[in-house]
Design a protein around this ligand. Structure first.
Ligand code: NAD
Ligand code: MG
Length: 384
């Protein structure tokens, strides 16, 4: 039986790589739903190639173009946020891959869990914002949440066969990004062009900026807490510039297991689809004659304050990670429009954390309100 997959964000970096995985295994997987935000031409090309049951474009103004271009095919065409939230509940879907960016992933993910779809989770912001809520929903609906983020996939792979064995520590590796060796002075003037040049991974703009500022790693610490049920003090970050070790788990006896490989997101995507099995893949193999040096450094939370702010949000809990996420989304967009400096982003996030009302036990409506308030406050601070 083929597994039918809905890809939320099929035109992005993760989305297009997921389609490559599906193409490699046409007997096992089918792209059943494809969705995008704005890039209608790419979505049309994907739909003509993969012939999904349905496509959704979040931006409603692009609907006529999409509808017209697919008129000769029996593909259902929808538009808007509401359609996106509904389509994930389509009966036939087995797996929902959440590969869209940011807070926008929260509601569709919740709906997919309610419809008991397996979640292949790339959209880490969903767990950052509302990890507790998502876990509770997944428990009630007995839905697996399979990590796609390379670090969390690595941890997940290390945990295979370890049921019942307590985790002592999760060790997340970080490449350190393009500014790993930059001084505080140098960081003051870095540009978005520099920040968008990641040394090891080719990703969407938002996560690439998050990687440069190390907010991405902070978010991954929060993500690890919810995925693996570990305490904050059990999650360690180590900078490993070669990105060969994708992450590690240390067990009660001191043994450390690691997962290694080329930096290629198709592997974690495929593992989330095929778990608990492994499938043949044509991805490039690691060549140890060419990676002769694996190095490790401590992360520097003075130069990369976002990492410290994410840890602080994790400790303060409640809606604090949601506040940080919203402020960060506003800051990254502002940085990409040259409205704020690279280091200015941490200042805005810190101030937003102090100004938005704290809620210790947020319900869904509180997250919605917090996200809106934090965006407004962050925007005000940027305007000055
Ligand atoms: P991207 O910018 O390349 O693609 C994003 C996709 O989501 C696009 O198809 C876009 O149309 C869609 N989208 C964006 N905003 C949307 C909205 N509001 N509503 C509906 N659709 C929307 O991003 P990416 O690099 O593929 O990252 C996607 C997610 O995966 C992010 O949460 C990111 O943190 C996570 N992730 C990415 C990588 C990677 O290697 N790219 C690795 C780990 C985790
Ligand atoms: Mg990652």
């Amino acid at each position: 039986m083929k597994k039918l997959i809905a890809i939320l964000g099929s035109t992005g970096s993760i989305g297009t790589q997921a389609l490559q995985v599906i193409e490699e295994h046409p007997d096992k997987y089918e792209a059943y739903v494809l969705t995008a935000n704005n890039r209608v031409d790419e979505l049309i090309a994907q739909a003509r190639k993969f012939k999904p049951e349905a496509v959704v474009i979040a931006n409603k103004s692009k609907y006529p173009q999409l509808k017209e271009a697919l008129a000769d095919l029996p593909i259902k065409v929808y538009a808007g946020e509401e359609a996106l939230c509904q389509i994930v509940q389509e009966k036939a879907i087995d797996i929902v891959l959440t590969a869209m960016v940011g807070y926008a992933g929260l509601r569709p993910t919740m709906n997919a869990i309610r419809a008991r779809k397996a979640i292949a989770l790339a959209n880490k912001e969903t767990l950052v914002v509302a990890g507790e809520l998502i876990n509770a929903l997944a428990r009630v609906n007995r839905t697996p949440i399979l990590p796609v983020d390379s670090e969390h996939s690595a941890v997940f792979q290390c945990l295979a066969g370890e049921a019942g064995n307590a985790i002592e520590k999760v060790i997340l590796t970080a490449s350190g990004g393009p500014f790993r060796t930059f001084s505080h002075e140098q960081l003051k003037t870095v540009t978005k062009e520099q920040a968008l040049r990641h040394p090891n991974w080719d990703m969407g703009a938002k996560i690439t900026i998050d990687s440069a500022s190390m907010m991405n790693k902070g978010f991954e610490v929060i993500e690890a807490k919810w995925l693996f049920g570990v305490r904050p003090d059990q999650i360690e970050v180590v900078v490993h510039p070669q990105s060969v070790i994708h992450s590690m788990v240390q067990f009660a006896d001191g043994a450390v297991k690691a997962q290694l490989g080329m930096p290629d997101m198709r592997l974690p995507i495929q593992y989330a689809f095929s778990y608990p099995n492994r499938l043949q893949a044509s991805f490039p193999r690691l060549d140890f004659t060419r990676c002769t040096e694996l190095t490790f450094e401590q992360p520097d939370t003075t130069r990369f304050r976002n990492l410290a702010l994410a840890y602080e949000a994790l400790h303060r809990a409640g809606n604090m990670p949601c506040i940080v996420n919203a402020a960060n989304e506003v800051c990254v967009a502002a940085f990409l429009h040259d409205r704020i400096s690279f280091l200015g982003m941490s200042d805005v996030i810190e101030k937003t954390m102090e100004r938005v009302s704290f809620i210790s036990k947020p319900a869904y409506e509180d997250y919605v309100a917090t996200d809106a308030e934090a965006r407004r406050v962050a925007e005000e601070i940027i305007r000055g």
